[in-house]
Design a protein around this ligand. Structure first.
Ligand code: NDP
Length: 246
């Protein structure tokens, strides 16, 4: 389904990003596994892909740092000649009620989740134009659609990702480039392991499908949007949330 395509997945050393990298590689893509701090985990993802006969490489940069993101992606374009699929998965949380949320924690979440997404798109924009092809898939969240107490910074960043996605979709549509967002609900990863048992039980209680989602549920949606099968879909937000946000 993705043979001959090069995919860059940010934050792909663990969690949903790891599963996206494995899934895209399983469909034949050559995957660039970006990581920030998880070097060994990212290298393990590359090894797993290679063991299964796929192609992958780990590259370090923090998406919140424009200069190093620009330097690394520019090198990658020169090395691969083309990058066909960009998955903006890197994300963090720093939860607190607004009255207790520091400006530093608000900015940190915006810098990674929203500005990080802007950075990679900005850097790859000309390359996508040149190719007259490209797929941008940004990870939003049910929280970006509904809000969530204690997550003002995260909700603002993920709602921002939706506005950014729709704008880029409009800017690039005439060049055969699509941009879509995937909005996961409650997915079993390190990010949600930090929740208390009571909070987890309460969250599952409001999910119509009555279960926690798995990274593979999100990864298959991303792979679909990256594929030719989704060539007439742009500017959309695909919720993968067990019905939580409907
Ligand atoms: P995890 O906390 O499990 O993993 C976060 C990933 O983001 C890590 O790979 C981490 O890399 C990477 N990352 C963080 N900061 C940076 C940075 N500055 N530069 C590059 N990479 C970075 O999160 P999930 O896998 O759960 O979440 C993945 C995405 O899905 C996020 O955007 C999240 O907001 C979204 N999402 C998750 C939901 C869930 O229930 N889990 C629900 C809705 C949305 P490293 O370890 O190398 O630092």
């Amino acid at each position: 389904m993705l043979k001959g395509k090069v995919a860059l997945v940010t934050g792909a050393g663990r969690g949903i990003g790891k599963q996206i990298a494995l899934t895209l590689a399983g469909y034949g893509a050559d995957v660039i596994v970006n990581y920030n701090g998880s070097k060994e985990k990212a290298e393990a993802v590359v090894a797993e892909i290679q063991e299964q006969g796929g192609k992958a490489k780990a590259v370090q940069f923090s998406v919140s740092d424009y200069e190093s993101t620009n330097a690394r992606i520019t090198e990658l374009i020169a090395e691969y000649g083309h990058i066909d699929i960009l998955v903006n998965n890197a994300g963090i949380t720093k939860d607190n009620l607004v009255m207790r949320m520091s400006e530093e924690d608000f900015n940190a979440v915006i810098d990674t989740n929203l500005k990080g997404t802007f950075h990679t798109i900005k850097i790859l924009y000309r390359q996508f134009l040149k190719q007259k092809a490209g797929r941008i898939i940004n990870l939003s969240s049910v929280t970006g659609l509904m809000g969530n107490g204690g997550q003002a910074n995260y909700a603002a960043s993920k709602a921002g990702v939706i506005g950014l996605t729709k704008t880029v979709a409009r800017e690039l549509a005439s060049r055969n480039i699509t941009a879509n967002a995937v909005a996961p609900g409650y997915i079993d990863t390190d990010m949600t392991h930090a929740m208390t048992e009571d909070a987890k039980a309460a969250t599952v209680g409001v999910i119509p499908l009555k279960r926690v989602g798995q990274a593979i549920d999100v990864a298959e949606a991303v792979a679909f949007l990256a594929s030719e099968k989704a060539s007439y879909i742009t500017g959309q937000v695909l919720s993968v949330d067990g019905g939580m946000g409907m």
